[in-house]
Ligand binder design. Sequence first.
Ligand code: PGA
Length: 248
Amino acid sequence: MRKKIVAGNWKMNLLWDEALGLAQGVSEASTKVNNAELIVFPPFIFAPTIISKNPELNVGLQNFYPADKGAFTGEVSITQAKNIGAKYVLIGHSERRAIFNENEAFLKEKVNAALANDLTPVFCCGEPLEIREANEELNYVKQQLMDSLFHLSADDMAKCIVAYEPVWAIGTGKTASVEQAESMHKSIRSWIAEHYSKELSEEISILYGGSCNASNAKELFACENVDGGLIGGAALQLDAFISIAQSF
Ligand code: PGA
């Protein structure tokens, strides 16, 4: 049975007390959530303190630079991410692709660097609105996976989590319908089966992201191929996040 996961992407939100309070709340509440694994992705600067104060909490980083060290002013290396105890990294989030121009080749390097350091990539993919309107979303997302993920060996692919996040649904309050989400998730699983094997495709968790909240999580998570969520806005409120995590 593949893992059910609910992950909170805090993006560039919260101040010190708020971030530490939310992390503690999630850590305490996670004992009440027994059928899903919870992960939080706080801003870098809070991550080491959150990890040391909440040893049971799964913490990931939203970003890193795919080199061990060197002259990359302002960046955090993958080895530093590992060193502070982060277990997961987000890769390919649409905001990194669009605002910071992270291209396919760079994302591929990030995937390789994360796996080489034993961090779990949460690889994000998803189409912008004009692609969906042109009915090209399946080709578009498949290409994103081919470009930056499907070069992996089956052993490495088995360590990854995929997150489908239609760009038009992120932070817009507009969620993919159950049919849209299930159809894309099913396709992603079939491409993994095509490139690797049916067995491997059945093992990989595929999360949905994009205005997922306490009211719509239940129907989305009931889809056969939706194994949880990557939550932005609603992950900033403890009650909402926990209620999403209890939606399976
Ligand atoms: P949202 O963000 O839930 O606020 O739409 C999701 C994400 O960007 O991961």
